[in-house]
Write a protein that binds this ligand. Structure first.
Ligand code: CDP
Length: 226
């Protein structure tokens, strides 16, 4: 299937399989995949390691804002980098997951990440996933999906993913983290997680990746006549 040069924006709740689906879409249509959450996770790791956030999630906003000005975050071999350090493993830990949503409420952090995302996505043929891609980052994206699934199913998927990477996790901790992030993400003042008016909802609780691709291709065929 040949599809036109468009931006595909995928938003939705934590661990709904947005990034897995986005990677498969990118592969299928030769698009570039961009993981916006990885940038928030990098800023969070940086904030933890440099003392800009404490154990109670109090954030030194002016300090963090200044320090991230020149922070070099990019995607390379093996995943996400800060400068020349690959941080892919660290940013996926529960330690980072536990602090990323408070960090992502900070407007100064959001504008830093938005700038980077728009720069990364300046050419079309991209698929980007996150919480506010269809509403704030690329409000004119030609195709917007909003993904959701039952919380326990999401927790099981995420726990399995973390265990496969060698992390020892308790399903209840994972579930609690998802629910806390969903709450904070949906209730923050700046660019909260919300379904764009023109987004199409995908509840994949009982769908396989193949089912999702069949579903998507049908939508693309209808919308773009290809
Ligand atoms: O993969 P998962 O669904 O667990 O989350 P993620 O995409 O890696 O995003 C981690 C966190 O970053 C989210 O819980 C949000 O707090 C924040 N985020 C955001 O605020 N806006 C985005 N566009 C992407 C992520």
């Amino acid at each position: 299937m040949q599809i036109p040069d468009i931006i595909i924006a995928i938003d939705g709740y934590s661990s709904t399989g947005k990034s897995s689906f986005a990677k498969i879409i990118a592969n299928e249509f030769s698009f570039l995949y961009l993981d916006s959450g990885a940038l928030y996770r990098c800023v969070t790791l940086f904030a933890i390691e440099n003392g800009f956030i404490d154990d109670d999630c109090n954030i030194d906003v002016p300090g963090l804002e200044k320090a991230i000005e020149d922070l070099d975050i990019h995607f390379g071999e093996g995943g996400t980098y800060i400068g020349d350090r690959c941080v892919e493993k660290e940013i996926r830990s529960l330690a980072v997951a536990g602090k990323v949503s408070p960090i992502a409420t900070v407007p100064e952090v959001r504008s830093f990440v938005d700038r980077k995302l728009r720069e990364f996505g300046k050419n079309k043929r991209i698929v980007m996933d996150g919480r506010d891609i269809g509403t704030t980052v690329f409000p004119n994206a030609e195709l917007k999906l909003f993904m959701t699934a039952e919380p326990m199913i999401r927790a099981e998927r995420r726990a399995a993913e973390m265990r496969a990477k060698g992390q020892d996790v308790d399903i209840n901790d994972v579930l609690k983290n998802l629910q806390e992030r969903d709450y904070i993400d949906s209730h923050r003042e700046t660019s909260p997680l919300t379904q764009a008016a023109d987004a199409i909802v995908l509840d994949n609780s009982y769908m396989t990746m193949e089912d999702q691709m069949v579903w998507l291709k049908k939508i693309i065929a209808e919308r773009f006549g290809c």
